[in-house]
Design a binder for this molecule. Structure first.
Ligand code: HEC
Ligand code: HEC
Ligand code: HEC
Length: 128
C-alpha cells in the first residue's frame, strides 16, 4: 500500500517502523550536529596576482587555497609577520616579493626551498 509506506517515511526515526529505508536515511541527532559544524569550511580570500617586476618570467598567483586548510585555518603563519593584509601585495617590511629575499629564507622563501618545493621550479610559481 503506497500511502501507508509514505507516511511511515515522513515520520522518520521517531515513528521508525524498523524498515531498512528509515534506518539508512536518519543518522543519530548527535552525529548530525557534530558533522555539520565540523564540516563547515572557511571562505578563503580570492587568488592574488603579485605585481610583476621587470624581467619576471611570468605572472605569479598566490592562492590561499593551496596554503590554508579551510577546516583548520592558520593565518598567523604569514599574517602579519610576513605579509600584510591591509596593504595587499606588500610584505611586512613594505618591500615587494623578490628573489634576493626569498633566497635568504624570507617572504615566500620562508617555506619554498625548505618545507615546500624549491625556487628552482620556476614554472610552479611563474605559470600564471
Ligand atoms: C602561506 C602564507 C599565507 C597564509 C597562511 C595566509 N595568507 Fe593571506 N596572503 C598571503 C599573501 C602572499 C597575500 C598577497 C600579498 C599580500 O597581501 O601581502 C595574502 C593576502 C591576503 C589578503 C588580501 C587579499 C586581497 O586581495 O586584498 C587577505 C584578506 C588575507 N590574505 C587573509 C588571510 C586569512 C584570513 C588567512 C587565514 C585563513 C590567510 N590570509 C592566510 C599569504 C598568506
Ligand atoms: C608557510 C609556508 C609557505 C609560504 C610562506 C609560502 N608557501 Fe607556497 N606553498 C607552501 C606549501 C606547503 C605548498 C604545497 C606544495 C608543496 O608542499 O611543495 C605551496 C604551494 C605553492 C604553489 C603551488 C600551488 C598553486 O597554488 O599553484 C605556489 C604557486 C606557491 N606555493 C606560491 C607561493 C608564493 C608566491 C609565496 C609567497 C608570496 C608562497 N607560496 C609562500 C608553503 C608556503
Ligand atoms: C616560490 C615561487 C617562485 C619560484 C619557484 C620562482 N619564482 Fe621568480 N618570483 C616569484 C615572485 C612572487 C616574484 C615577484 C613577482 C614577479 O615579479 O612576478 C618573482 C620575481 C622574479 C623575477 C623578477 C626579479 C626578482 O628577482 O624578483 C625574476 C627574474 C624571476 N622571478 C625569475 C625566476 C626564475 C628564473 C625562477 C626559477 C629558477 C623563479 N623565478 C622561480 C616567485 C617565484
Amino acid at each position: 500500500m503506497p500511502i501507508t509506506s509514505r507516511s511511515n517515511d515522513s515520520k522518520g526515526y521517531a515513528g521508525d517502523s524498523g524498515g531498512r529505508h528509515n534506518v539508512k536515511l536518519v543518522p543519530r541527532p548527535g552525529s548530525l550536529l557534530g558533522t555539520s559544524l565540523a564540516a563547515e569550511p572557511m571562505k578563503l580570500p580570492a587568488d592574488f596576482a603579485l605585481e610583476g617586476a621587470e624581467g619576471s618570467p611570468g605572472k605569479v598567483t598566490f592562492r590561499h587555497a593551496s596554503h590554508v586548510d579551510p577546516r583548520k585555518p592558520a593565518c598567523v603563519v604569514c599574517h602579519p609577520r610576513v605579509f600584510r593584509i591591509l596593504e595587499a601585495g606588500k610584505t611586512s617590511d613594505g618591500e615587494r616579493v623578490q628573489h634576493g629575499q626569498m633566497e635568504n629564507g624570507r617572504q615566500c622563501g620562508l617555506c619554498h626551498g625548505k618545507s615546500a618545493f624549491g625556487l628552482d621550479r620556476c614554472d610552479a610559481c611563474h605559470g600564471g
